[in-house]
Ligand binder design. Structure first.
Ligand SMILES: [Zn+2]
Length: 180
């Protein structure tokens, strides 16, 4: 016995047929296979998967464009450098995080280590007087920049613009960041 839900009316005689039947057992009319719903579900899954995978990249491009056009925020970098340079300033650091998160900054930084991560470069920069150490998630705008970043040496300077994400190990996390 087939479950009731499996039956559907024959298109010709309206008597119940099951999708597995090639022809209606009553009138012999050809039973249409339900290809379309499966196809629609398949396409939907693809679209959903795509919309999850692709927008993160386009969302990032949009964010970078937005940051590029945004004015630089007022952030007391010198004060921040002082706080982050102080070994015993953990609570002070935490108090500052809320105020600086999301702010757009432009900084001239000295490279310490650069690691290539396919889409972006993770760069650690050296703290100096007035400038805190930073951890950059730097997105090259083109192949030329990417090549430049791959071959960058410690001590070289980078002028970047980006969004402060927070503090990580007494370093200012800037993500995303890009060369200006
Ligand atoms: Zn029929």
């Amino acid at each position: 016995m087939y479950k009731r839900s499996k039956f559907k009316p024959c298109e010709n005689c309206q008597k119940p047929v099951i999708p597995e039947d090639k022809n209606c057992p009553y009138c012999g009319f050809k039973v249409k296979k339900e290809v379309l719903p499966k196809l629609i579900i398949g396409v939907l899954i693809l679209v959903l998967f795509g919309s999850l995978a692709i927008p993160s990249k386009s969302h990032l491009d949009k964010e970078i464009k937005k940051i590029a056009n945004a004015p630089v925020d007022t952030v007391n970098i010198r004060e921040l450098a002082k706080i982050l340079g102080n070994k015993h300033a953990d609570t002070e650091i935490l108090n500052k995080i809320g105020k600086i998160e999301g702010k757009i900054v432009e900084l001239q930084l000295q490279v310490f280590v650069s690691t290539y991560m396919s889409d972006y470069h993770r760069i650690v920069t050296i703290p100096s007087a007035g400038i805190p150490g930073t951890l950059l998630t730097l997105y090259p705008k083109n192949k030329k920049e990417s090549e430049y970043l791959k071959n960058i040496k410690p001590g070289q300077t980078l002028k970047v613009k980006g969004k402060i994400e927070g503090i990580y190990k007494k370093r200012l996390k800037i993500n995303p960041a890009f060369i200006i």
